[in-house]
Ligand binder design. Sequence first.
Ligand SMILES: [Zn+2]
Length: 99
Amino acid sequence: MTAKIGRPSDDPKIHHLLVRLSEEDRQKLEYCARVTGQSRAEIIREGLDNIYKQIRESNVLDFVLIKTCEYCKKQFQIGSPNDAKLFVEHVERCKKRKQ
Ligand SMILES: [Zn+2]
């Protein structure tokens, strides 16, 4: 039996994601893994982390989407999944009211 590679984690990686890659993507991933000595999964997670940090460190307003309720024309700033949820709930309420 081989020793377990990697640290025990208090943030266990319980989710699986199937990602479709082009041949070029695959070659880039293999290259990054070979050069850095990291696993392909680590490369993907690090890429995610980098993009997440870029978003958080940049002007958040760049990433806010303005959505308008088609029923009452009220505008909503969508900057998080919760904002999106509130917007959808609002539109549903407006839709029912107009029926
Ligand atoms: Zn509305």
